[in-house]
Design a binder for this molecule. Sequence first.
Ligand SMILES: Cc1cc2nc3c(=O)[nH]c(=O)nc-3n(C[C@H](O)[C@H](O)[C@H](O)COP(=O)(O)O)c2cc1C
Length: 179
Amino acid sequence: MKAVLLNGSPREGNSYTALAALKKGFTHIEDLVIEEIAAGDVSVSPCLACEVCHDSGMCVFDDDTNEIMDDIVSADVIVFATPVYWWGITAQLKLIIDKFYSRSSQLMECKKQVGIIAVGQMPVEDTQYELIRKQFECICGYLGWDIAFYNAYSAYDAGDLAENADAIAEIEELWKQIK
Ligand SMILES: Cc1cc2nc3c(=O)[nH]c(=O)nc-3n(C[C@H](O)[C@H](O)[C@H](O)COP(=O)(O)O)c2cc1C
């Protein structure tokens, strides 16, 4: 089984901490290969809507897009951890998700289990977390993927989530949602 952990944050902050806690739990899953992608560290140009990928299945850019898409296509599990930026996911993560367009028919053919962790400054009751949940429900519904978990946490400074022992303990148990 292969899991891709996609960190939408440009910093080693709360999303990074969440994925580290998740990884600790994921060690319970037998034969799991983990691939980590930090959206802030990769080079992914914005989609041009040139449609070349619709014939070739490849993005025209000579950047990290095609390699990342190879990882996404071959993954059984994809976990998105994203800070909330302006009531939504980060631009860095959205650049990568936009490129799913280049492999959409392939991605629809292979069922995936998806986990989502959203971290924002606002309390977890804020509408922003519902907006993000809805966006992923639409994306996963379109691609035919299953959402195994969606968890939201309130944290602001880079070290805040690490100090929330209850949140970390909860994230470490999320591997149990993967079938
Ligand atoms: C550009 C920017 C926009 C942000 N917008 C929001 C927002 O709309 N709602 C919110 O709750 N927090 C917002 N935040 C705060 C981050 O979501 C918060 O600091 C989060 O913990 C960052 O996650 P990270 O440590 O993984 O980078 C924003 C931060 C930045 C830098």
